[in-house]
Design a protein around this ligand. Structure first.
Ligand code: KG4
Ligand code: ZN
Length: 339
């Protein structure tokens, strides 16, 4: 079955056509990053307006690239939560219009479930249950993926998300928004042992994260050096930061896997593109004999192919929406299971 999927939860207007959950026939992403970069972060009002301008063209291009017309499509999937509400509503309204006018079923998809599903596209052999580390610009979770549509979040951040922390550290070092990938590039040329950075702990919640202490340590390091007139090596700071971040993320994921008896591990979200996190997780899993699955780089960031993939599993599970579907800015994966 062919699903047309729409994603507009943040600053990417995306549409894809996906066959039987894993065959990506087209995957169009129109990014607004260049415009938001001027402001150092995503401006919600601008995001909504650009989605409204781009969505017709993006959906048309996805159908064309897949060599399909709307009559070849069996269902429409759309991201409805979590995300920027105005941005979500553009995709949702467009998807509702398409579904109602063409008489196709409408499938509401959770954005983070979509990120997790990106793994199924590249690895059709991956099957739940497994443990997934989800690290994006807005979320840092350790998730038990109990089934294709059932999740238990066992670890979450108490402050910044991992991607947010990458971006703030990058900004402190003078890189443009979103700076995660610039840290990644700079880290390849730096010494990861040059600076000792803290591993913040969360009292009594061993799988939870806290990144504000790490973020502040980078800010203080750079500002103190500036005040003393000491030259700071950006590549060394980037490498030390990325190493510390990878140790925190991988350490907690491994602990959870061992405690709960998981031997299959997944990685998901925009930060899953980070070479340091990927390398550290690969090494830790190899050491323990765990099987590791990571999305292809093109499916790490926001895209609609992952929504089409998850939409397929949600469709099989009987999830449907009607014209009353609304966007939800914050919705935990746990809540999804209680629906
Ligand atoms: O999942 P995503 O595309 O959007 C959200 O759902 O939030 O994640 C975006 C985040 C940004 O913080 C971005 O800097 C980060 O993913 N990111 C990276 C890399 N590529 C993207 N962080 C570290 N290293 C990268 N290579
Ligand atoms: Zn995302």
């Amino acid at each position: 079955m062919k699903i047309l999927a729409i994603e507009s939860s943040c600053d990417e207007t995306a549409c894809a056509v996906v066959e039987d959950g894993v065959k990506v026939l087209s995957n169009i992403v129109a990014t607004q990053i260049a415009e938001h970069r001027l402001y150092g972060g995503v401006v919600p009002e601008i995001a909504s307006r650009r989605h409204a301008e781009n969505i017709c063209g993006v959906v048309g291009a996805a159908l064309e690239e897949a060599d399909c017309t709307l009559s070849d499509i069996d269902a429409i999937a759309v991201t409805y939560a979590p995300g920027l509400i105005g941005a979500l509503l553009v995709g949702i309204s467009f998807a509702k219009g398409l579904a109602m006018s063409a008489g196709k079923p409408l499938v509401p998809v959770h954005h983070i479930a979509g990120h997790i599903a990106a793994n199924y596209i590249s690895h059709p052999d991956l099957k739940p249950p497994y443990l997934c580390l989800v690290v994006s610009g807005g979320h840092s979770h350790i998730v038990e993926v109990l089934d294709y549509t059932k999740y238990r979040v066992i670890g979450r951040t108490h402050d910044d998300a991992a991607g947010e922390c990458f971006d703030k550290a990058a900004r402190t070092l003078g890189y443009e928004y979103p700076g995660g990938r610039f840290i990644d590039e700079a880290a390849k040329l730096g010494d990861p042992e040059a600076y000792k950075l803290p591993h913040p702990k969360v009292q009594g919640r061993e799988y939870d994260f806290s990144f504000s202490g790490l973020k502040t340590a980078v800010i203080n390091l750079v500002h103190n050096a500036g005040q003393k007139g000491v030259e700071i090596n950006r590549q060394d700071v980037a490498a030390s930061f990325q190493k510390t971040m990878s140790e925190i993320l991988v350490g907690k994921t491994m602990k959870a896997a061992q405690d709960l008896g998981y031997t299959t591990i997944g990685l998901a979200g925009g930060v899953s593109a980070n070479s340091g996190v990927r390398g550290a997780l690969r090494e830790a899993c190899e050491k323990r004999g765990f099987k590791l699955y990571m999305p292809e780089l093109k499916y790490c960031g926001d895209n609609a192919a992952m929504i089409g993939c998850q939409g397929y599993f949600d469709y099989l599970a009987g999830k449907r929406a009607d014209e009353s579907l609304n966007g939800i800015a914050t919705l935990s994966l746990d809540k999804l299971c209680e629906e």
